[in-house]
Design a binder for this molecule. Sequence first.
Ligand SMILES: [Zn+2]
Length: 476
Amino acid sequence: MNNNMDNNANNLVNNSMNSQNNTGYNQVNYNTNYYNNAIQNNNQTISNNQSYQNNQNYGNYYNNQYQDLINIDFANTPIVEAANTILLTASSKSASDIHFDPATDCLKVRFRIDGVLETYLHVPNIYKQNLTTRLKIMSGMNITETRLPQDGAIKTTIGNTNLDMRVSALPTKKGEKIVIRILDYSKNIKGIEHLYFSKLNFAKINKMLSVPNGIILVTGATGSGKSTTVYSFLQKLNTPDTNIITVEDPVEMEMEGLNQVQVNSEIGLDFATVLRSILRQDPNIIMIGEIRDSETAQIAVRASITGHMVVSTIHTNNSLNTIERLLDMDVERYLLASSLEGIVSQKLARKLCDKCKRFRPTTQFEKTIFKNFLNMDVNQIYEPVGCPECNRGYKGRIAIQEVLDISQDIRDAISQGLRKDELRKLVYSRDVVSMFQDGLYKIVAGFTTLDEILKLVELDDEVSDNKEITDMITKR
Ligand SMILES: [Zn+2]
């Protein structure tokens, strides 16, 4: 049985790697160690799980996860310890946020893990006030003030765990709601090779980063991992012979060797003001936290034209919209055309847990999707299961990316003002793998699921030229 399954796994992998098609999959093997790991994990999982059918017992665990609350006996636990337990548990589960929601009969504690908010604890009403007060003391807030919003921070070490948290209190009708953002970038910055770029995209990124001047933009919605990507780029560029200056709001991660400037609009220290000073500081590389207004956009373009590399983020959902957005910000076409070096668009999908994921045959719907968008015959993919180490079969997140390196024909198109649909044709007729396709490849490689990818991708933008398929996906 195991051998049989191993062969299936190998076939899947071989099919994937041998598949010759115009979407460039032969170049898109996730070869930066991950693809090979994924293959090994496939084999392991198969030898752990006996067969598709034999896995009914995993179903129970899946259902029981709803009761996965923290256990705190408030009657016999000092409030200091109770608060620490909540913070440490959230940190150990890699939560990004902790919510303390006042409800009528309790204080609900929810964790956001891998983008999903879920209730972990109900604090009985009689301990509600004590816990809220304790959190406000820890974060340096005024405990007598309950009617105005407050901001605070927790920077401490409990046991062996370093906690770095931004805390916000908001007076709601039912009492103060406290939200804690766990700042944990240090865990995430391991280098570009750990960002799950396909081999093709990885090569494009390295090429972009080796150019001495130009603009590289990372685009995506809030919470799409843009900062992690930008800091990873800076980590690579951060060598003793370069002067890197950043202007950020806020400085999300401190990195040795960078000159990081925090925007402070209360005293008039905005992006544009800082940028003008930065240009007199002999920079090689300038990182702008986010391009939000036309003044910043214009300075960014001018800085790159005068021989600097500019790395920044912008809040758009794909490469084409980014170009449009910059033009809307009154950046001159010819300047944009000559300064833009590359655009990395990304979204985050939940990552399958390597410990418990298992193979299953693809449905007809899935076969059609893979055939249409990757020109691949995919007969089996992984599905989430659920085990004590993960959240219903998922653990962590993985970016799906689209990388556009600006070629001469795209520069010409931008400066000549080509219509958006013509520009789209030009972009995707080259070796650009769309975010949707990248997501599909990452399903084949066993990193995530079609459910996750379909949640993320705006079909209008991705597949509008294939009405039949769009309908099929929408009606699913
Ligand atoms: Zn698991």
